[in-house]
Ligand binder design. Structure first.
Ligand SMILES: Nc1nc2c(ncn2[C@@H]2O[C@H](COP(=O)(O)OP(=O)(O)OP(=O)(O)O)[C@@H](O)[C@H]2O)c(=O)[nH]1
Ligand SMILES: [Mg+2]
Length: 196
């Protein structure tokens, strides 16, 4: 089984011209504020405080690059993207966010996969549907992750995940950062999609 053996925070920036050089395959985590992006990245990397987690939505405002070395010695970037869909943000700020994110997603040459996180209880909403459309136009591979699986009864989890897959046509993995569920499956999928 492949493991993450080393992680290093390389950059956290709100500017595209300050991103680190595109030296490794990159996997970016996108999703609305509070969906659990930073928590999932911490669970994945096995480092609790690496990505900032907060109960205040809109916490992650920069693109965060973490260089990640695998037990196979391959390296990739795990990328935490700023959350969207936070109601208290002004319209101008929302538009600036969309422009910034779209430029990153469309232009980053080493981007191998975008993991789109949705709260398992909410499923994809307007913003996710738009993101999925944008990424399919750009030809960027996607994976859907249903977060906070611990909030759904065991007996219902399979059918909820199936429904998500059917409604989007994208492969789905259910995860719980708090119960460490689906983390190994997610890492295995990421590694495979990076071509390692
Ligand atoms: N029950 C449960 N709660 C979770 C899980 N993952 C995250 N949370 C909680 O959800 C809240 C938001 O988590 P974050 O990881 O900061 O979410 P985020 O998507 O990074 O949010 P932004 O940085 O604002 O975009 C925190 O209170 C977490 O403790 C999970 O798997 N299960
Ligand atoms: Mg965050």
């Amino acid at each position: 089984m492949i493991r993450i053996v080393e992680t290093k925070l390389v950059s956290s920036t709100g500017r595209l011209d300050q991103l680190p050089e595109a030296t490794h395959p990159e996997v970016a985590f996108a999703g609305r504020s509070n969906v659990g992006k930073s928590s999932l990245l911490n669970a994945l990397s096995g480092r609790k405080g690496l990505f900032k987690v907060s109960s205040t939505p809109g916490r992650t405002r920069t693109i965060v690059h973490v260089e990640t070395r695998l037990s196979s010695d391959a390296c990739l970037y795990l990328v935490d993207l700023p959350g969207y869909g936070y109601a208290k943000v002004s319209r101008d700020a929302k538009e600036a966010w969309a422009e910034f994110m779209h430029a990153y997603l469309a232009e980053r040459s080493t981007l191998h996969l975008v993991v789109i996180l949705v709260d398992v209880r909410r499923g994809p909403e307007e913003e996710e549907i738009q993101l999925i459309e944008f990424l399919s136009e750009q030809g960027v591979p996607m994976l859907l992750v249903a977060t906070k699986l611990d909030r759904v009864k065991n007996s219902q989890q399979k059918s909820v995940l199936n429904k998500l897959h059917k409604s989007t046509g994208i492969p789905v993995i259910g995860t719980s950062a708090t119960e460490k569920k689906g983390i190994e499956q997610l890492l295995a999928t990421i590694v495979k999609r990076c071509g390692f």
